[in-house]
Ligand binder design. Structure first.
Ligand code: SAM
Length: 264
């Protein structure tokens, strides 16, 4: 595991995060997340949102009565999420070392690029091994990653300003194509500048690390269409399982088709 000095890229940004992301379609994640919950053999099941940030998704799940907990590396994000709405159980933890017992969780999510915040491909190993360790047999791990197309199309070499209600943000993106690391400088109201770094992981790297962690990839889909990812794909939804039984695979096929229809 690469040891990085812990600098919280979200320290200043956290209190502005929800208004900045107010146009983001969290309901799409909610749709997929609840559809995949059909794979759970019983309710209630134990769900954990890894890299939960300000708990936007978890608050929606709490309202649906889910038994959900969250972890995030950033205290600032966790605290910002407690300013309003439900207050799900959260802890400050790294996705490469999760504070849950072996086999104690049924369903894991890790969404909105959180896996891209691992800047070294070697960190995929511990991350997926930890997911595999805390999942019960037949447990499900739903995560997503951005593609290089997302970075080159919307961030690389671009600078723009957005109005977010009472404040504005200026974004400036750069991309090191050799390392696959994208760097986005985000300035709020001409005050602080936060620099957020994300790495574009290749599907080969992800597949290999999942396999090493003993997780079975059930499917990888263009997040907008739930069809096979293509060159234009900006975000990939990945669904992995621990020791999936035949009926989990069968049910997954049906859910996959339903989601594809809903997203048409
Ligand atoms: C783009 S935000 C997404 C947050 C949340 N999932 C959402 O949908 O709003 C990425 C999050 O990943 C968290 N993160 C980055 N590296 C992490 C790590 N190694 N372990 C746990 N969380 C991490 C960040 O602190 C940040 O809250």
């Amino acid at each position: 595991m690469a040891v990085m000095p812990h600098q919280d890229a979200f320290e200043d940004l956290a209190r502005f995060y929800d208004p900045i992301m107010s146009q983001v379609n969290y309901d799409r994640w909610l749709t997929v997340c609840t559809a995949l919950a059909e794979l759970q053999p019983r309710t209630p099941f134990a769900h954990v949102d890894i890299g939960c940030g300000t708990s936007v998704l978890m608050k929606k799940l709490v309202r649906l009565g889910w038994n959900t907990r969250g972890v995030d590396l950033s205290w600032a994000m966790l605290l910002a999420g407690r300013k309003s709405g439900p207050k799900p159980v959260v802890a400050c933890a790294d996705m490469r070392a999760l504070p849950f017992a072996r086999g104690s969780c049924d369903y894991l999510t890790c969404l909105f690029d959180s896996v891209n915040f691992l800047l070294d491909p070697a960190d995929l190993g511990p991350t997926f091994r930890e997911a595999g360790r805390i999942l019960a047999p037949h447990g499900i791990y739903y995560f997503d990653v951005i593609t290089s197309r997302m970075v080159t199309e919307y961030f690389e070499g671009r600078k723009w300003t957005e109005k977010n209600g009472r404040f504005s943000t200026t974004w400036e993106g750069a991309f090191d194509r050799k390392t696959g690391v994208a760097e986005t400088a985000i300035q709020v109201n001409r005050n602080f500048i936060s620099v957020v770094r994300e790495r574009v992981h290749s599907m080969d790297e992800i597949r290999a690390a999942l396999g090493d962690a003993g997780l079975t990839l059930l499917g990888a889909f263009d997040a907008e269409t739930w069809k096979v990812p293509v060159k234009r794909t900006l975000r990939i939804d990945l669904i992995a399982a621990k020791e999936p039984a035949a009926d989990v695979r069968r049910k997954f096929k049906a859910i996959e088709e339903q989601l594809r229809e809903r997203m048409e």
